[in-house]
Write a protein of this length. Structure first.
Ligand SMILES: Cc1ncc(COP(=O)(O)O)c(C=O)c1O
Length: 393
């Protein structure tokens, strides 16, 4: 009998991958499944980005690169952040990693241990809570509520900070709700955090380019008073439809960047060299493909919110960003997980239970609109008919 480390028993998972596997199994049995569970754009990576990777391979970029990423890529990231957020960042503070997830793993490992507390959004990306528990730290949930558009309340964050708090995790625009926080609330939080100089902040801004209704993103990098302790996570996966390339990065505070690089050396050595050249093409090249993608997402967002609000017993707030909606299903008389299972097995629509994103997700379902408007329409029709049959029975 082998004996694993205790942390392995505390590691959670991302159930989107399980739902995807079950949906594929049902399809293999001949069932027609519409997948609204998926957390990735249903678009191809733009051609000029793919071509840059092909060229890099042909040009012989086959070896290891510096662990923090090739300099031209880190320079492109710094220029992009100046363009998008008007912030000056040194390329020396950028660490390129294989996907957005890696930065969260590193940040939690850097601060998490028994006796430490880490505050994280709930409902939120499930990997936060999973890795916090794995590290031995105590996860302190920060409830994100429908009445606040699923944005955080500064007071709720600040009252959870104790002498043991090492790290605060924030995510805006958010998975699974599409929620954001108003600028006034962010500024109130920044002011409050100035009184807690020992708390590091992981700001997951991976959906920062996915905002609707003319909204502007506020990056936590824009606040000078926090610059020595904000880790800003971003990447290529969502903005450029590059989830399979495994390309992400973070801007680390000067005092932490060496530690982050050391984690990279211990973990993965460096990111795939050709993918890094593709990352430069993405940031420096034409932005019309991501813009087209966002136009399509916006159209689907408005459509799916309207359709969900027509379903008896379902209500859905307008999400500000990302490509998810988080409808309230508490009036249907079924728990979120039970509804997820019924929708998949009986209706043929894959969704994710709100509880997969934390205990505060009970009563909600995450629906991704990374699917065609025709498929979304059909899924809403099937769910509507199923609800009618259920109500009639
Ligand atoms: C909030 C959030 N952060 C990070 C990630 C991870 O992205 P990546 O695929 O680049 O690891 C995701 C992916 O779904 C996400 O939703």
């Amino acid at each position: 009998m082998v004996t694993m480390a205790a942390g392995m028993g505390r590691l959670g998972t991302e159930s989107a991958f399980e739902v995807l596997a079950r949906a594929k199994a049902l399809e293999a049995q001949g069932r027609s499944i519409i997948n609204l569970g998926i957390g990735q754009p249903d678009f191809r990576t733009p051609d000029h980005i793919v071509e840059a990777a092909v060229k890099a391979l042909r040009d012989g970029h086959h070896g290891y690169t510096p662990a923090n990423g090739i300099l031209p890529l880190r320079e492109a990231v710094a220029e992009d952040l100046l363009r998008r957020h008007s912030v000056k960042v040194s390329p020396e503070q950028v660490v390129v990693v294989p996907g957005g997830k890696v930065t969260m793993f590193f940040a939690v490992l850097m601060f998490g241990e028994a006796g430490a507390e880490i505050i994280y959004p709930n409902p939120g990306f499930p990997i936060y809570e999973s890795v916090i528990k794995f590290s031995g730290a105590t996860p302190v949930p920060l409830p994100l509520l429908e009445k606040d558009g699923f944005g955080f309340s500064a007071d709720e964050v600040l009252k959870r900070i104790t002498a043991k708090t090492r790290l605060l995790i924030l995510n805006s625009p958010a998975n699974p709700t599409g929620g954001t926080s108003a600028k006034a609330e962010i500024e109130k939080l920044v002011k409050g955090l100035e009184k807690h100089p020992n708390v590091a902040i992981l700001s997951d801004e991976i959906y920062s380019e996915m905002l609707y209704g003319g909204r502007q993103h506020t990056s936590l990098l824009q606040y000078e008073s926090l610059r020595d302790r904000v880790i800003m996570l971003d990447g290529w996966s969502k903005t450029y439809a590059m989830t399979g390339w495994r390309m992400g990065y973070a801007v680390w505070p000067a005092a932490l960047v060496e530690h982050a690089t050391r984690l990279a050396i211990n973990c993965h050595s460096c990111v795939n060299a050709a993918a890094q050249w593709a990352g430069i093409a993405a940031l420096n090249g034409p932005q019309d493909e991501p813009q087209k993608m966002m136009k399509a997402f916006d159209e689907r967002r408005r459509f799916v919110v309207a359709e969900l609000n027509k379903l008896p017993g379902v209500s859905c707030v307008d999400p500000a960003g990302a490509f998810y909606v988080f409808p309230n299903i508490s009036k249907l008389g079924l728990g979120a997980k039970a509804l997820e299972l019924k929708l998949l097995e009986e209706v043929g629509v894959a969704t994710i239970a709100g509880t997969s994103f934390g205990s505060y997700g009970e009563g909600y379902l995450r629906i991704s609109y990374a699917n065609s408007i025709e498929n979304i329409g059909l899924a809403m029709q099937w769910i509507g008919e199923w609800l009618q049959r259920r109500n009639a029975a």
